[in-house]
Design a protein around this ligand. Sequence first.
Ligand code: NAP
Length: 267
Amino acid sequence: MTIRVCLAGATGWAGSALAHSIARSDTIELVAAVSRTHAQRILGDVLGEPRLTCPIYATAEQALAQPCDVFFEYTKPEIAKANCMLALHQGAHVVIGTSGLTDADYADIATVAETCQRGVLAVGNFALTVVLLQKFAEMAAKLIPQWEIIDYAHDDKKDAPSGTARELAARLSRIRPSELTIPLEHTQGIVATRGARVGGSQIHSIRLPGYTISAEIIFGMPDQKLTIRHDSGNSAQPYVDGALLAIRTVSSFVGLRRGLDSVLDMA
Ligand SMILES: NC(=O)c1ccc[n+]([C@@H]2O[C@H](COP(=O)([O-])OP(=O)(O)OC[C@H]3O[C@@H](n4cnc5c(N)ncnc54)[C@H](OP(=O)(O)O)[C@@H]3O)[C@@H](O)[C@H]2O)c1
């Protein structure tokens, strides 16, 4: 059976790579796209892919007038939550690729997903190597009580910390908070230099030209430390396979799940 998808952000860096891949799929079909700049055009004309025949709408509300099975959110954090709520109320399952939503946003989305009996899969990073970083970090956090996260990105990335860093902190918070030898309030000097406390982890976000996207977690013990780091390249291709898997699996459960490993067999 073909899965009908509405893709918000289909003309963007990440969304267009996903759209090109869907064009080659026999089992997933794009029925609507969202972009303000290209509204009222055909997606294939904008992306140079004749197999993408769906119309582009300026808003998710307009796009969701076309029946779809899955709404894929790949726009900006300012509108992502409202788009997802709309999609759930319209009866669609939802995949969230957009970063920058807070744990409070996810709590609200989870409530609506349960009420509407729909699945929501939120994945801060669809790349397989990030999924592995998360799993390895969870293993380490069970044994090593102290760590800090560093999130590196290009200078014009507005949201901080990154979705990957937030998701990592949220996962580790379910294991335990990272211990601080000197509590933050006893810091001598400028407390902000110790980073932000997010879900029991210290996160330091670096935004500089010359970086693409990297995430690093350092576990420290007396006289030894472990660094686990992920570096993205420049293309959006690493995110495509994970995004397709999310589209294929999001209708198989009800409620909110976070992270691609929640639908992967990683035993
Ligand atoms: N989960 C992952 O693995 C992953 C991977 C890559 C990126 N991301 C995240 O995905 C999001 C998109 O990233 P990107 O690099 O693709 O951004 P981008 O290149 O700026 O693309 C954003 C897309 O959203 C549309 N858009 C933005 N604001 C909108 C609005 N108010 N109404 C309707 N459409 C709107 C844009 O079209 P118009 O400007 O024409 O409206 C464009 O199609 C970011 O949050 C990024 O961090 C996540």
